[in-house]
Design a protein around this ligand. Structure first.
Ligand SMILES: *[C@@H]1O[C@H](CO)[C@@H](O)[C@H](O)[C@H]1NC(C)=O
Ligand SMILES: *[C@@H]1O[C@H](CO)[C@@H](O)[C@H](O)[C@H]1NC(C)=O
Ligand SMILES: *[C@@H]1O[C@H](CO)[C@@H](O)[C@H](O)[C@H]1NC(C)=O
Ligand SMILES: *[C@@H]1O[C@H](CO)[C@@H](O)[C@H](O)[C@H]1NC(C)=O
Length: 549
């Protein structure tokens, strides 16, 4: 008996000795900020060891001054723990006059919350909101192309960094364009020829470009051992002969005689993808339908214009019935919208008004981030209230798209990190269930993009290295910790310099995410009624994920 116990103890000791630890980021400094460098033999990763004892808290931190998933441990009701500033010291510790300054600011702004330099964040684990579906990025033609130029070792680093649950940031969603999109070498669709072919007689097998993607994604699944990836698609444009303007871009609509053909096109694609080993979880009704109606003079890439009434008719009479009619596609979900936040909830109200039943075919609404800075998040709340049985999923985000932006990667950009962080928090605080980034990896110019619509991405490929941009860590602070099936719980900071969102995971762990938006350190007290208070000092411009039972 004694021996047994000793044996167990020694096994336990060996186990804890071999507890894996994360590989740290190798920082590289540019005059625009800090990136993490991966080469063929090295790439930083993230292994989390969950706290075992109740009231113990593990804290992961990323900061403008160079922390990347820095790990610290503390306990509720202990003395304050100070999260260090990174090696590239940024911002100041809280200056003594700060409290007085804050009092003035809050008075001017009419904030009647407790005027204090310590920010209180109350966690209420019994107040439950939406259930979380997950996180991901897009596997565009550009991504496929960029990956092919990398060595096998670097490809594997990319796959693991995103989709490994053990050492990556645990993505479980992936968006794939049906046919081409702007992040491609050229515009393309299936059955471009013969024209005016309602039976799609030439859509009998997959294009080389899709076969390449399938090979790469199945390799990704094998390397990451992740078999829970949900794949969803969206078409940018049909073959031009189905369109009123006979072009890939510009002011357009679907010719009415091809409503059924365009629905069948989706079903054919999904059947062929499934037969070639890449079953889909969902599709949307099409990427950004307003591009072909309101913005044809700004958007120079593939699009198809719809208004909600026409799209409702197509969904209700063609796409919905066709999807339900094939054993391959009847369980595939349909997402509506796939356009900017300002289309919510009006698009669906209009659709409902003109074609009531068509909305029954929709399982959820997809929304893009490009107007989020100008459009209130209340539109998400209104949508959730009006359509309580549909989920909302954020399906596209990238930086550098605006006329006044650098239309390419800005290496190490912290302002883009902050845009991502704040948008993800805002979305989740307003009923969004999943958050999906745009291209998984782009080149140093932010492409390739045949329409010169280059942007930034979380990973940038160079000839023999990969740069992980700060936004990679911004998403990772959520995606690694907020497991699918988590629910958002209530958390409210008492001061606008700290942003927060919190979740209860299916395994019972609480995840609290805090962002210090200030240019100086902030004292934060996290209150959880079951534990007491956790005292923290957070450096300037820093993001933190707290996890505890
Ligand atoms: C890769 O990066 C690691 C860590 O910076 C370094 O030790 C190693 O020499 C690099 N390998 C190559 C092939 O450059
Ligand atoms: C926590 O939320 C629940 C459910 O919304 C509510 O009944 C309760 O009063 C809240 N507790 C506190 C301390 O705010
Ligand atoms: C079918 O499509 C291929 C391109 O994928 C094209 O080369 C061929 O000409 C098409 N066939 C007909 C009959 O149009
Ligand atoms: C359903 O599928 C059958 C067999 O493929 C076909 O004949 C029928 O037209 C389809 N109905 C719809 C509504 O798509």
């Amino acid at each position: 008996m004694h021996n047994m116990i000793l044996k167990f103890l020694s096994i336990f000791a060996t186990l804890s000795l071999t507890t894996a630890t994360s590989l740290p980021c190798i920082l590289k400094s540019f005059n625009t900020g800090l990136v993490c460098v991966c080469n063929s033999t090295y790439c930083d990763n993230l292994i989390i060891n969950l706290p075992v004892k109740r009231s113990e808290v593990h804290i992961f931190s990323t900061s403008k001054s160079g922390l990347r998933f820095h790990e610290a441990k503390s306990k509720f009701n202990n003395e304050k723990i100070k999260i260090p500033n990174g090696a590239f010291h940024y911002g100041s510790d809280m200056p003594p006059y700060y409290k007085r300054f804050m009092q003035v600011v809050q008075k001017v702004e009419g904030i009647d919350e407790p005027v204090d330099s310590v920010v209180n964040v109350e966690i209420n684990r019994t107040a439950h909101f939406q259930k979380i579906l997950g996180f991901g990025g897009a596997f565009t033609g550009a991504v496929s192309y960029n990956l092919k130029l990398l060595s096998k070792e670097l490809q594997e680093h990319v796959y693991k960094a995103y989709y490994s649950k053990d050492i990556g940031i645990g993505y479980n969603l992936m968006r794939i364009p049906i046919g081409g999109c702007d992040f491609d070498l050229a515009s393309w669709t299936y059955n471009e020829k013969p024209e005016h072919d309602p039976y799609l007689s030439n859509f009998t097998h997959l294009d080389e470009r899709d076969l390449d993607k399938i090979k790469q994604i199945n390799e990704l699944k094998k390397i990451t051992k992740n078999n829970d990836i949900k794949i969803f698609g969206a078409a940018w444009s049909p073959p031009i002969w189905m369109k009123t303007n006979n072009e890939y871009t510009g002011l357009s609509a679907l010719r009415e005689e091809y409503y059924q053909t365009w629905a069948d096109y989706h079903v054919k694609y999904l059947e062929l993808m499934a037969k070639n080993n890449l079953p889909f979880w969902a599709i949307s009704t099409g990427n950004e339908p307003l591009n072909g109606i309101l913005f044809p003079y700004f958007v120079h890439f593939m699009s198809l214009g719809w208004d909600p009434a026409m799209q409702g008719k197509w969904l209700g009479e063609n796409l919905g019935p066709a999807m339900k009619n094939s054993t391959f596609t009847k369980n595939i979900l349909i997402l509506g919208g796939d356009d900017q936040r300002y289309t919510l909830p009006i698009w669906f109200q209009q659709m409902f008004k003109s074609n009531g039943d068509s909305c029954d075919y929709l399982d959820g609404f997809a929304v893009h981030w490009y107007a989020d800075k100008f459009v209130p998040a209340k539109m998400l709340d209104d949508t959730a209230t009006l359509f309580p049985d549909k989920f909302i999923i954020a399906t596209e985000a990238s930086s550098g798209d605006r006329p006044w932006d650098m239309h390419k990667p800005v290496l190490g950009s912290w302002s883009r990190f902050e845009d991502y962080t704040i948008d993800i928090m805002e979305d989740f605080n307003h009923f969004v269930s999943a958050w999906v980034d745009w291209n998984l990896i782009l080149d140093e110019e932010g492409g390739p993009n045949y329409a010169k619509n280059t942007v930034d991405a979380a990973m940038i490929a160079t000839e023999n290295q990969i740069y992980k941009q700060p936004i990679f860590y911004a998403i990772g602070h959520f995606s690694k910790f907020v497991l699918p099936g988590s629910v958002r719980i209530k958390s409210k900071p008492s001061n606008r310099f700290i942003k927060s969102v919190s979740f209860l995971r299916p395994d019972g762990y609480i995840v609290v995410i805090l962002y210090n938006i200030a240019e100086h350190s902030m004292d934060v007290n996290v209150f959880d009624k079951e534990h007491g208070v956790l005292r923290l000092e957070l450096p300037a411009k820093s993001l933190h994920t707290l996890i505890y039972k």
